[in-house]
Design a protein around this ligand. Structure first.
Ligand code: IDC
Length: 492
């Protein structure tokens, strides 16, 4: 959205929008909490503002009893202020009244716990300062109130307390036990937390799985039976769907490839696996060449898959021959398209030099650290091919992992050509590094291509013999052993 392009990075104006705790009046909805529960909240609102646009940041603290989900409400001075794009909540606006509903991962708020949300907005008339904040219908005054129950409640009424330790109600986090034991059932909607990937319990996790080969060539390797093997025999968490844009890919049949991707998302979801939708740009290397296609494609898949919890969007496979500034500009145009339809999904941004964090172009992660993509809930791509990329790349990844959320959406056990001899000692060094840092990964490829990076021997997909040990290549044997070890998915 053009609004983002105008957002001055890091600019904080001391405007009227930058206010402290706001005391609300007006707009009080029916409380969604137990009528006898202690309720109360405190809101801090800050803004960056410029003619026509603003960014609002809201920190809300629950002063009452624990809640398992929340709706934050407020009013603008009039209907001339609009939320254009928000994050960390689902936003709705009617006239001057706005609601922001919690997402799965941030719905639980213990007593005295805080959470932050934000949005980009536009304004045409009055100063866009919101007021009358409510949390689950209770006005945020900065103190606690206990409504008098009108009927005898089986739950004993508690005296208001701001101390979590005195609350007799245990904090409900997680709110519901996982239904089932698949990676998706346990972890639910993912989000980025600091430099990590976090599950619905806000715990850092690592996803391990496989990438398809180009789906224009190896569709025969992606079906219910092959994905049963990936989920149950390999015990993988993740399927990356590599949809080439060129090379007889998306550009030749947009609706056909979009439908194929959506079908694979469903197959992965049904087996409890996450799915990365990979917009597999490669040649030409400047993703801006495909900007219009990316917007069309992601608007469609994000809308179609918005209610699914297993989808992660990878917006450009391997930018090459393009500056970081060019990649960042592309990302800042594609991400809002995704967010408009699917606000809570993670987006992964490719990096310079074939997603080498710039290293293959003689640069480093520093160009990203000092000029990050202006968006939240995003990660950055790193790719390696173990026989080609060794210690100097590992040094950068080990360092970058302390500052940037990284996702290895593609790597090979072989050379960067996708063929040649395996280098299993380099592969092991890489995967140990990724494990230590809980960096998620997908291996190239879950296919029977006639190249050493493929996990299966040629002919496997036509035969459908995915669980036959003789079908595995040397690379596939190594990866299956590595991926099928027990996951560490904390739930408490
Ligand atoms: C390779 C395939 C190969 C295909 C080639 C061109 O293995 O069969 O002919 O692409 O489409 C990447 C790319 C990935 C490459 C892979 C191996 O993301 O598309 O696949 N690789 O060369 N980056 C580094 C290596």
């Amino acid at each position: 959205m053009s609004l983002l392009k105008r957002l001055p990075r890091g600019r904080t104006l001391g405007v009227a929008g930058a206010v402290g705790a706001l005391v609300a009046g007006g707009l009080i909805l029916a409380p969604m909490v137990n009528a006898s529960a202690a309720a109360g909240c405190r809101v801090t609102y800050t803004a960056n503002q410029w003619p026509g646009g603003f960014t609002g940041s809201i920190a809300v603290t629950n002063l009452g009893d624990p809640v398992s989900s929340w709706t934050l409400g407020w009013t603008f001075p009039d209907a001339g202020q609009k939320v254009v794009q928000g994050w960390s909540a689902t936003f709705a606006q009617s006239g001057s009244a706005v609601t922001a509903k919690s997402l799965d991962y941030n719905g639980s708020l213990a007593t005295n716990a805080s959470t932050s949300i934000g949005f980009n907005g536009s304004w045409t008339s009055a100063n866009p300062s919101p007021s009358a904040f409510t949390l689950n219908g209770v006005t945020c005054t900065g103190s606690v109130s206990t409504p008098t129950p009108t009927t005898q409640s089986p739950t004993p009424s508690k005296s208001p307390s701001t101390s979590p330790s005195t609350s007799p109600t245990p904090t409900k986090s997680p709110s519901t036990p996982p239904q089932g034991t698949t990676p998706l059932a346990i972890n639910g909607q993912l989000h980025v937390c600091g430099v990590n990937l976090c599950n619905q319990y806000n715990k850092a996790i690592q996803l391990r799985g496989m990438s398809t080969h180009g789906i224009q060539w190896f569709a025969s390797c992606v079906n219910g039976s092959s994905l049963d093997a990936l989920a149950n025999d390999w015990k993988a968490d993740l399927l990356r769907i590599a949809m080439y844009v060129q090379e007889q890919g998306y550009e030749t049949n947009p609706s056909g490839f979009t439908a194929q991707v959506n079908n694979y998302v469903d197959l992965a979801e049904a087996r409890g696996m996450y799915a990365i939708i990979d917009f597999h740009t490669l040649t030409p290397g400047d993703p801006n060449y495909n900007l219009d296609r990316a917007k069309t494609f992601f608007a469609s898949v994000a809308q179609r898959n918005a209610n699914k919890k297993n989808v992660i969007y990878e917006i450009a496979n391997e930018p090459n021959g393009v500056s970081w500034q060019g990649i960042k500009s592309y990302a800042e145009q594609v991400i809002p398209v995704i967010r408009a339809a699917d606000p809570d999904a993670i987006v992964i941004v490719g990096t310079r030099g074939w997603s080498s964090l710039g290293v293959s172009d003689g640069s480093s992660e520093q160009e990203i650290v000092s000029n990050p993509v202006n968006a939240t809930n995003i990660m950055y791509t790193f790719h390696f091919y173990a026989a080609s990329h060794k210690d100097n790349y590992r040094t950068v990844v080990a360092r970058a992992a302390r500052t940037l959320p990284l996702f290895v959406t593609e790597f090979g056990t072989v050379s960067a050509t996708g063929g040649g001899a395996l280098d299993l000692s380099s592969t092991t060094a890489w995967l140990d590094l990724l494990d230590q840092n809980k960096i998620s990964y997908a291996n190239w490829t879950y296919s029977d291509a006639n190249e050493s990076s493929a996990a299966f021997k040629p002919g496997t997909c036509a035969a459908g013999s995915y669980t036959n040990a003789n079908s595995l290549s040397e690379s596939g044997t190594y990866l299956r052993n590595r991926v099928r070890t027990a996951d560490n998915f904390p739930t408490g």
